[in-house]
Design a protein around this ligand. Sequence first.
Ligand code: ITT
Length: 193
Amino acid sequence: KQIVFATNNAHKLREVREILDDTGIEVLSLDEISCNDDIPETADTLEGNALIKAKWVKQHYGYDCFADDTGLEVEALGGAPGVYSARYAGPGHDSVANVALLLANMDGMNDRKACFRTVIALIIGDEEPMLFNGIVEGCITHECHGESGFGYDPVFRPDGEKRTFAQMKEEEKNAISHRGRAVKKLAAYLAQV
Ligand code: ITT
């Protein structure tokens, strides 16, 4: 089975391909369907943005596809940055700036509980879109640890672990991550359609 992953994030693509490696599902990138659109993510929920991205590719390119919208929700910040995780430090700023702002905003805070949440929207043929979610609970560290992964990985330590996601191998992160959990639900669904 071939399916397009509607993402411009090369790290997400890599992780998802690794998770789906032994399933017989072939994941095509936007590059491979010659799509380099900057899809407007204007919704104020993860579900909404995942649906916008998947519907865009279905409508404009005709492919069966799925999209991933992910947010980091910090309890003591009232759930921020949440759906705005990609633009936390403002438009045009990268993950390094987002992470620096998060650590600055949490300076002196003892309650560092947080979770990563992924919502995947899937569109097959002319069926109604399906949603799959994955969540991992953890805490925000006081400084960056580790070099692997991407985004907020250097400051997120999942519960029950001594290491941040950025200190883990990709397979270790995938085994417990928000995205790993959502993609496994997606794979189980695709296996029976
Ligand atoms: P696409 O929309 O093209 O898929 P994106 O990077 O814009 O890619 P999101 O809109 O879902 O993705 O934004 C999520 C933000 O959260 C973004 O800043 C990522 O760097 C970060 N993020 C997403 N998944 C993450 C993960 O597994 N670990 C750490 N940070 C992550």
